[in-house]
Design a protein. Structure first.
Length: 178
């Protein structure tokens, strides 16, 4: 599912992940989960159990996971972008029938922090989506103040929160066509 008008992102390339990328994508995500935990943020801690690895691999095989890589093939970032609601989205957003894309597991490699890659990557997605899409939706854990501010600074609008088993999650949306 190629949905972007270009694969060029500054000096990097965005491409669909392939099954062989799974270990590297999982490692990037678990490294991020460790970093978050070290910094007092309880988010993505479930990734340490390995129980999500099959779901991550399934998203890669389905074609909804993308990687950002440099000219040597080193992974800089990864994200999942899907036009279909997964079980999480259905619970969080309700069953919607509009043209939206859902972002999950946006991660920047640890050695690439402090370069605004995440914010620039979100802006790149918005600019280069090559389909009739009305908006991009994403969520994050409600108590992660830094991430909530990050999404707001990236131009996403807070549209409410939802209790997921005793934990509040913030919902954000960004229209693509005004």
């Amino acid at each position: 599912m190629l949905i972007f008008s270009t694969e060029e992102f500054f000096s990097y390339k965005v491409r669909q992940a392939i099954k062989e990328d799974t270990p590297s994508v999982v490692k990037m995500l678990t490294n991020a989960a460790s970093w978050l935990k070290e910094n007092g943020v309880d988010q993505w801690s479930y990734l340490h159990s390995g129980k999500e690895n099959n779901e991550i691999e399934a998203a890669i095989i389905k074609g909804t996971t993308y990687v950002l890589e440099d000219d040597e093939g080193k992974f800089i970032a990864s994200f999942n972008l899907s036009p279909e609601q997964n079980d999480w989205d259905l619970e969080l957003w309700g069953n919607t029938n509009d043209q939206a894309l859902y972002v999950h597991r946006l991660v920047v490699a640890r050695g690439q922090h402090k370069k605004d890659i995440g914010k620039k990557l979100l802006a790149w997605m918005i600019k280069n989506i090559d389909q009739k899409i009305e908006s991009i939706r994403l969520d994050c854990i409600g108590h992660n103040r830094v991430l909530n501010l990050f999404y707001q600074d990236a131009g996403f609008t807070y549209v409410g929160s939802h209790d997921m088993g005793g934990e509040l999650f913030s919902k954000y949306e960004r229209p693509l066509r005004l």
